[in-house]
Design a protein around this ligand. Structure first.
Ligand code: KE4
Length: 427
């Protein structure tokens, strides 16, 4: 019996579903979740010593691959100085200065410990600043698991086909409006009905939690215009896309300036982290300078700050993003070619070093409805066949995949060979 199977049986005795986050449970793809032992560059190793090329990257943080020496060194050195103080450190200023320098719309930023904390704080701030209650989100976008936004969400909430979770009082979600991603007409209609009640729109400028769905031309600009017309705030949830698709995130790539941005994943280099930030006058409303309360025992944690600073330092090396984009283009074009040659209906999207694969003959995938029409059964077959071939993708069709700086030509070509074999034998 594989050690993963033994560990999963043990884990289920003391952890709900044997996992600390549902999407890891492999329920959408069947079989036993792999228990991992270590990572090295583009590879992960399970507890049986099996090696896999990793395209999950811990759901996005590991843009430099596993165990990057500079990041590990920064964390180890800081750990010897102190793990946490619950008091300010210069590290927090340094990371805040980096973020405000590299993401111009962020003039002031507050660190938290997860993407969920970042978005729940941003929502509370938007409601506090505007005095309004309603929030508009998009079906298939996932902003973490807090009540107000766990409505028609993506990622794990979608994987289980229960987009709106039990345990959330109707009173909470009655202020959450939902539109289809890329559907400006619906958003315009909702503003017509509730305009002066809407505190904010929160959107993933690149929807990374229903596969990887790209904004259609004019969509993000339309959201910006509607917010300006109705005095609502525009919140870009860049927990995935921040520092992933460009140094300044999707807002740099698409040239749209949000009022607030949430970040996570990459800015922590693999340590637990989140952040929310934006215009100085809006952020000044956050405690202790303003009345909107928000707090966290480990916020700005020195280890996470050290890892984040080392991560960003590596991102600032010459030509990082163009190189990552061209590798990803080469790779995803190679996937598409191999699917076409094997007559497998597949639609692919990529931007920067994130990409998505949809088993569908449709020529466009623009919204949750389009995604739900794709063949998730075939994704499960694909996932398991690739796993056997030593390539690790998300155990859910409703996630994005990621190329790291350590996915060099050899690694990508090895993965493409696995795609060719798997597509040839996919029934
Ligand atoms: P966390 O609370 O999981 O750190 O972040 C929530 C979050 C917020 N916003 C966006 C755009 C996100 O993608 C996420 C979390 N991403 C998922 C994977 N797509 C987390 C994986 C998991 O739930 O285990």
């Amino acid at each position: 019996m594989s050690h993963s199977i033994e560990l999963f049986e043990r884990a289920q005795q003391v952890i709900p579903g044997g996992v600390n986050s549902p999407v890891r449970a492999f329920q959408a793809v069947g079989g036993n979740p792999l228990f991992l032992q270590r990572g090295e560059g583009a590879y992960i190793y399970d507890v049986d010593g099996q090696r896999y090329i990793d395209f999950v990257a811990s759901w996005g943080p590991l843009i430099h691959g596993h165990c990057h020496p500079a990041i590990v060194k920064a964390v180890l050195e800081q750990a010897q100085q102190g793990m946490t103080f619950g008091a300010p450190t210069e590290l927090e200023i340094q990371l805040a200065e980096k973020i405000t320098q590299l993401v111009p719309s962020i003039e002031s930023v507050r660190m938290v410990n997860s993407g969920t904390e970042a978005t729940l704080s941003a929502i509370r701030l938007a409601r506090g600043v505007t005095g309004r209650a309603k929030i508009l989100k998009f079906a298939g976008c996932y902003h973490g698991h807090h009540d107000a936004l766990l409505v028609k969400s993506g990622s794990g909430a979608l994987t289980f086909g229960v987009p709106t979770s039990p345990g959330i009082p109707e009173s909470v979600v009655s202020d959450t409006l939902v539109a289809d991603y890329n559907n400006l007409d619906q958003v315009t209609q909702l503003f017509g009905d509730y305009g002066n009640e809407i505190a904010a729109i929160i959107v993933e400028p690149i929807a990374g939690n229903m596969g990887c769905v790209l904004p259609q031309d004019g969509f993000l600009a339309g959201l910006r215009k509607l917010c300006d017309e109705h005095g609502s705030l525009l919140i870009f949830d860049e927990v995935i896309s921040g520092f992933r698709v460009a140094m300044g995130g999707a807002q740099e790539l698409y040239g749209i300036t949000p009022d607030l941005t949430t970040l996570g994943k990459i800015i922590g280099g693999g340590m637990p982290v989140g952040a929310f930030g934006g215009k100085r006058d809006i952020m000044a409303e956050i405690s202790p300078t303003g009345p909107v309360y928000q707090a966290g025992t480990l916020s700005g944690n020195p280890l996470a700050m050290a890892a984040g600073l080392a991560t960003i330092q590596e991102l600032q090396k010459d030509n990082f993003y163009p190189e990552m984009a061209s590798r990803t283009e080469y790779f995803v074009d190679g996937i598409q070619e191999r699917a076409d040659d094997a007559n497998i209906p597949l639609h692919t999207h990529y931007v920067g070093s994130m990409f998505g694969m949809f088993f569908t003959a449709a020529k466009q995938v623009r919204s949750l409805d389009d995604v739900m029409a794709c063949d998730s059964e075939r994704y499960a077959q694909f996932f398991n066949a690739m796993l056997k071939a030593g390539v690790y993708f998300a155990p859910s069709a409703f996630e994005s995949a990621f190329v790291s700086a350590l996915h060099n030509q050899t690694v990508l070509d090895d993965a493409l060979d696995a795609f060719e074999n798997v597509f040839t034998n996919l029934k």
